[in-house]
Write a protein that binds this ligand. Structure first.
Ligand code: NAD
Length: 311
């Protein structure tokens, strides 16, 4: 007899989100233009660029790939910022693979930053500020991969819609294995801001992100958990989200709570196939959702622009 684990594929989750994007597109009555900048020799960057183009073209968005020498990228970005026909800008990293990449990230105009990597957006995310204006008409933009994980958790009903918006993870315990600045740490913060108790695990230590008993705090705070490892965090967790790079790493399945929900965002499989013996739900990859979230961010940026023009 087979174990009762439901494997949920990113494609199915992406479909529902795409419908939402199509609805929004119909209302704005124009074809948003996304410009991608490829200055990286990384073959993964090219694949991602081609994949973005394909998803754009299939879904009513225009996409233009600009391949520029990395030393000309700064000026090319400034040109795109000043070009009113460009709605969104995406840059494929790594380029210099050092702090110059962060510098370039901040060149992209906040009004065109579909990846949600501008300092203002990241600041709003950590501070749990959800809108860009005092009247709360323009939503802030969230970084694509962490937001894709959130959309997956909504799809899986880990977000409890009985609870008010902003508190819908109250009572959930979630482990995130990865604390990078692009995915793991923002993801832990977002989940904790929405009410979860989050164990953020990296190669060195474990930290707990939470809004306190009864969610009394307005935004999450972080507590170090000295001496803690996955041995402490995993048995407590309803949901385990893993994003360790490389093909060596495997989540120790014997520590999983029976019936845990397991999600992998690493490009390698962090869960061995036996995860299905123990998990209730397993999501093996998330990339297809991430690309749709990118389109959703582009749509939101165009909506915010139209909102500003109407005022
Ligand atoms: P990174 O190298 O910046 O960070 C890796 C993180 O994993 C660090 O926090 C590190 O401490 C932690 N880690 C490494 N080994 C560990 C171990 N043995 N135990 C616990 N933690 C450990 O990488 P990144 O940019 O965050 O990317 C991670 C993975 O996610 C890559 O495979 C990348 O391709 C993938 N990714 C996927 C998407 C997507 O949409 N699917 C988007 C971005 C990144």
């Amino acid at each position: 007899d087979k174990p009762n684990c439901k494997v949920v594929l990113a494609n199915n989750i992406a479909k529902g989100l795409l419908e939402e994007v199509h609805e929004g597109l119909k209302k704005i009555n124009r074809k948003p233009l996304l410009v991608g900048f490829l200055s990286s020799a990384d073959p993964a960057a090219r694949v991602y660029a081609e994949w973005t183009g394909k998803t754009c073209n299939e879904n009513g968005f225009a996409f233009e790939l600009r391949e520029v020498d990395r030393d000309a990228l700064e000026d090319a970005l400034i040109d795109a910022n000043n070009d009113a026909s460009v709605d969104g800008i995406i840059v494929y990293y790594p380029i210099f693979n050092n702090r110059q990449d962060q510098y370039l990230q901040q060149i992209v105009s906040i009004d065109k930053d579909v990846e949600g990597l501008s300092h203002q957006y990241i600041f709003n995310m950590y501070q749990n500020v959800r809108f860009l204006d005092p009247a709360s008409t323009k939503k802030s933009i969230l970084p694509c991969t962490p937001l894709a994980v959130i959309k997956i958790l909504e799809y899986l009903r880990i977000y409890n819609t009985i609870l008010p918006y902003g508190n819908r993870l109250h009572g959930r315990t979630i482990t995130v294995i990865n604390r990078s600045e692009v995915v793991g740490r923002p993801l832990a913060a977002l989940l904790a801001n929405d009410g979860a108790c989050v164990y953020s695990v990296d190669v060195n230590d474990v930290q707990q992100f939470h809004r306190g008993e009864g969610l009394r705090k307005r935004r999450h705070e972080v507590e170090e958990k000295p001496g803690w490892t996955l041995e402490n965090a995993l048995p407590l967790s309803d949901v385990v989200i893993s994003g360790v790079p490389g093909d060596k790493y495997k989540v120790p399945l014997h520590l999983l709570r029976p019936g845990a929900v397991c999600i992998n965002f690493s490009s390698e499989r962090n869960f061995s196939p036996e995860v299905k013996e123990k998990a209730s739900i397993y999501v093996p990859a998330i990339g297809k959702v991430t690309i749709v979230v990118l389109l959703r961010n582009l749509l939101r940026i165009v909506q915010n622009k139209l909102e500003a023009e109407a005022q």
